[in-house]
Design a protein around this ligand. Structure first.
Ligand code: 5GP
Ligand code: ZN
Length: 112
């Protein structure tokens, strides 16, 4: 998928609305439109990268930012427990081909 037709690129560009939780130089955190838990955010890089396998060594800082921003999200939400999920690739049910982490919290989780 090209960046032009990508829903998350449209949200980053401001042409598609979203509830924005955090907006940094490199990342956007938005509420998932179809939340699976009381807190369900999507952490996404502003630049169009399809999957984790498309990251290159130049993205090392970005990759660490994707994890480090969870501290700000947890602080903001006043929580210490959360789940991070990356559906990476079609077989893993990645429906939006723009790299993102699901940040899920607010209810007792089982499994995994
Ligand atoms: P995936 O299956 O790719 O890991 O998850 C994509 C997620 O994006 C889904 O949980 C879905 O609800 C969410 N999503 C899809 N389209 C939109 C949208 O236009 N806005 C927002 N905020 N979330 C979306
Ligand atoms: Zn995109």
């Amino acid at each position: 998928m090209s960046a032009e037709s990508c829903v998350f690129c449209k949200i980053v560009a401001g042409t598609l609305p979203a509830d924005i939780i955090l907006d940094t130089e490199d990342l956007l955190v938005i509420k998932d439109i179809n939340p699976q838990a009381p807190i369900h955010y999507l952490i996404l890089p502003k630049k169009h990268i399809e999957t984790l396998l498309d990251l290159n060594p130049m993205d090392t800082l970005l990759a660490s930012e994707l994890l480090m921003i969870t501290q700000r999200l947890a602080n903001k939400a006043g929580i210490k427990s959360f789940r991070l999920v990356a559906n990476n690739g079609k077989e893993a049910n990645q429906r939006v081909p723009h790299l993102h982490l699901h940040f899920v919290a607010g209810s007792k989780m089982t499994g995994f």
